[in-house]
Structures are given as C-alpha cells and as structure tokens.
Design a binder for this molecule. Sequence first.
Ligand code: SF4
Ligand code: SF4
Length: 87
Amino acid sequence: MAMTITQRCLGCYACEQVCPNQAIEILAGIFTIIAELCQECIDDFSVPQCSAICPAEEAILDRHGYAVNPLGSLTGVPAEIRSRWMV
Ligand code: SF4
Ligand code: SF4
C-alpha cells in the first residue's frame, strides 16, 4: 500500500524534496506517488514526510483513502465557517 496525491495538490514540490524514497513523480505538472517506491516512511520516520510538509488540505491520502491533512486541519477553520464559502 502507499500514499496517494489528489487533485488538491498545489504543485509546490515540497513533498518531492523530502521523500526518502524518491517516490514522488512529476509528469506534466501532475504529482504522483509511485506505489512501488512508497514505504509510507515506516522505516525512516514516525510520520509520512510528504504529508507532514504538504501545505494543502486533502492533497495526500493514506493507504485507506483518508486525507492525512483533512479540511480544517492546517488552517484551523472550523466546518461551520467553511460551509459558508465552499460549494
Ligand atoms: S509516505 Fe514517505 S515514502 Fe511515501 S511518498 Fe510520502 S514521503 Fe515518500
Ligand atoms: S507537498 Fe502537497 S501540495 Fe506540494 S506538491 Fe506535494 S502533494 Fe502537492
């Protein structure tokens, strides 16, 4: 299993710089995690380095398909406030 990158990705290159396995591939501006190379950082760090540095909420999913940084987790904006402007 591996992490995955979603369309919420901002293309900032931060994850590509910190991945210990060089598992982040960039093709035509689209960032993708190569499943065969991603070990979820288990052997090297206590948390996945890509999601730890990622500035975008919902940009990286764990092996179960859940956002590692869900909506509100980085901004601190509560759901009731977000609901006013999200469609
Ligand atoms: S979880 Fe770790 S190994 Fe996998 S893509 Fe992210 S930084 Fe790389
Ligand atoms: S750190 Fe997050 S926003 Fe930046 S390129 Fe990686 S997935 Fe995209």
